[in-house]
Design a protein around this ligand. Sequence first.
Ligand code: NAD
Ligand code: ZN
Length: 356
Amino acid sequence: MQEEIRSLTVQSHRGEYPVRRMPVTRALPAHPLPSDRFVVDERVRQLHPVLETLAPDRQTLAVTADEELKSLDGVTGILSWLLDSGFHRGGTLYVVGGGTVQDAAAFAASVLHRGVPWVFVPTTLLAQGDSCIGSKSSINHGGYKNQLGTFFPPAGVIVDDHFLTTLAPSEVRSGVGEMLHYAVVGGGQLFDDWDLALAGGWDRLSTREMSALAMHAMAVKRDFVELDEFDTGVRRNLNFGHTFGHGLEFASGGRIPHGIAVAYGILLANDYAAQHGTLDPATRTRVERVVRRLVDGSELAQVNGRAVFQGMTKDKKRSDGEIELILIEDLGRPVRTRVPLDGHLELFIDDHLAAW
Ligand SMILES: NC(=O)c1ccc[n+]([C@@H]2O[C@H](COP(=O)([O-])OP(=O)(O)OC[C@H]3O[C@@H](n4cnc5c(N)ncnc54)[C@H](O)[C@@H]3O)[C@@H](O)[C@H]2O)c1
Ligand SMILES: [Zn+2]
């Protein structure tokens, strides 16, 4: 196992911000300023009573983490509460929850008074290892997911392992899928660490292992984000596993959780690269062995190849009958390629699904 990362910094267009891995009881002020406000996932608030002392009721908005929150109406609710409760630029907005609460609250923070400082306390594995850095906020609109958004980094991030103790197993499993794509894109020791960590089964991971590995995933993401915060070039390599993954999510009508779809997406991408001679079959097999500790193909039974292909054609990165597909040439060596959206691709997906 690599050494644990306790803190790191992220450079952004609004300056540098710290990520600190420590208990919230030490990281958050024991007595918030009267001007501070908290937007907290209500489920997390119930499960972690410590938040009741750190985030006093009168300064807290408890929200339900669902897709409705990630909408203009959801953001309006947060903005109205902030304005009605007298929040002003002198205060800090603390946001506690997973990626859903983050996306809505960060969007609100980015437009209120043209930007107010917000500090994020991620409480899911996905939020701790992935969404908490990178500046993006996204909300849904008119039935389209993540179509409205801003780039607005937090002023700081506090990662507390303890929140992971109450996550539902399905959230852990999906979070691990998301983390695995960082392990493959990052390569090196991080991949070996996941190989070792998953040897006993994903459901046996300790919260400490998860959080430690999430910090390393974040370090991989940080390196790409610092080079290309606005996602116009090299950061897109982080979509590895996601193009096929989005196709699978679409084809399953959202039944396959995001991180699990990404895990299958990793296998599809590597299969594609191996078939096209750009990935050594031994590496493909090595990655597959680790990913199969998380997925066994059962989710794919009802999935139709044509629907996966159709889902991929809806990808935002599509243009002129082609799609950007991120492949790897080796562990730690992602490459961006353009692939025609044609019968060959559809046949490839059909064959892959049939082979499970
Ligand atoms: N902004 C970004 O860069 C970015 C990146 C990736 C994903 N996202 C977005 O993140 C969202 C998904 O976020 P998520 O996977 O973190 O899940 P989530 O925030 O939707 O939370 C999932 C469930 O877990 C509950 N929960 C949260 N923390 C918990 C805890 N500690 N214990 C028990 N239950 C807890 C929530 O109440 C919810 O029911 C998606 O909308 C996605 O689009 C954003
Ligand atoms: Zn993802």
